[in-house]
Design a protein around this ligand. Structure first.
Ligand SMILES: NC(=O)c1ccc[n+]([C@@H]2O[C@H](COP(=O)([O-])OP(=O)(O)OC[C@H]3O[C@@H](n4cnc5c(N)ncnc54)[C@H](OP(=O)(O)O)[C@@H]3O)[C@@H](O)[C@H]2O)c1
Length: 285
């Protein structure tokens, strides 16, 4: 049995699908009972409902499992605490292998959610657990948040400059890599950077969207203050808004990309291109 935390979010669901496709028995830690039905339909065998901050809930979830796949909720202000709780639960439960869903370049202090993941990596190294750390780049799936504007107005709105370069990765490839390291021997003590195959500017990203849709799509650079107002109107909290603004500024200044070779080696094939991702996404709509 493999425990997946943060199970009902987009990463958790993708990892569960990849594990179920490999006929693995999965236990999910879900935040709310409303998610039990969804997780069962994905093929999860057991669901524990609880808060990741609660040591007793984490202990219950980790009891009797062979491996844990730990992922923190996106932009959670206490990610480091959640990681420490999951590590303690895994130690108490005698878990044989702990896989941590970190992020590409966790050592970037300018991005608080990266820095928190570095603290969890540090705790994991000192935990005595057998571990694997996965460091994914930004997901191609993040583009879907802008799908209405892309589809209806031919506009790809981004809160950074058009020349900002990103090496986005397909979450489906990340989930497949996760399933591999959870089920194959030989990944103990490894830290794997999972980056996409291309480094694209926002202009190039819009051009691929246009090519796949067969109609014009142009980048629209949204000023940070306007983006903040929209995010606050949508109910986003202060930590999340401020952290994302820091991330956007970092992306604009330095870009955010890694090297795709490790992911290609793990998958035994080239990682998915952005064009192939968009084609698949359009077909799924
Ligand atoms: N998006 C990217 O491009 C990217 C790239 C690399 C790494 N990552 C990392 O991937 C991780 C997962 O991101 P995601 O977008 O898949 O996450 P997500 O959609 O935010 O999902 C997280 C899940 O955790 C649950 N949750 C929230 N608070 C909880 C708590 N206190 N106790 C238990 N469960 C709780 C949420 O349930 P509720 O909705 O019911 O609260 C949700 O089902 C994050 O750490 C993120 O930094 C993301």
């Amino acid at each position: 049995m493999i425990l997946v935390t943060g199970a009902a979010g987009k990463t958790g669901r993708a990892v569960i699908e990849a594990l179920v496709a490999r006929a693995q028995a999965v236990r999910a830690l879900a935040h709310r009972s409303e998610h039990v039905g969804l997780l069962k339909r994905l093929g999860v065998q057991e669901v524990v409902v609880g808060d990741m901050r609660d040591q007793a809930a984490a202990d219950e979830a980790a009891r009797g499992v062979r491996a844990v796949y730990h992922l923190a909720p996106n932009l959670h202000p206490e990610e480091d605490v959640l990681g420490q709780v999951a590590i303690a639960a895994s130690r108490a439960g005698g878990v044989a292998h702990f896989v941590y869903h970190s992020v590409l370049h966790p050592q970037t202090e300018a991005m608080p959610h990266h820095w928190q993941k570095l603290r969890v990596e540090e705790a994991l190294l000192a935990s005595g657990l057998s571990y694997t750390i996965l460091q994914p780049a930004a997901y191609m799936q993040n583009v879907s948040a802008y799908w209405d504007a892309i589809w209806e107005r031919g506009v790809y709105p981004v809160p950074y400059a058009a020349q900002t370069r990103l090496g986005m990765v397909d979450l489906k490839d990340v989930a497949e890599a996760a399933a591999l390291v959870l089920t194959e021997p030989g990944h103990e003590g490894a830290t794997y950077e999972l980056s996409g195959p291309e480094i694209l500017s926002q202009t190039e990203t819009a051009a691929i969207l246009a090519q796949q849709l067969g109609r014009p799509v142009r980048v629209e650079c949204v000023p940070i203050e306007a983006w903040k107002a929209q995010a606050r109107d949508a109910g986003m909290g202060d930590y999340q808004v401020e952290t994302l603004v820091k991330m956007f500024r970092y992306y604009e200044q330095h870009g955010f990309w890694g090297n795709p070779r490790v992911l290609g080696w793990l998958l035994g094939r080239a990682p998915t291109s952005f064009a192939a991702f968009v084609e698949r996404y359009i077909r799924s709509q």
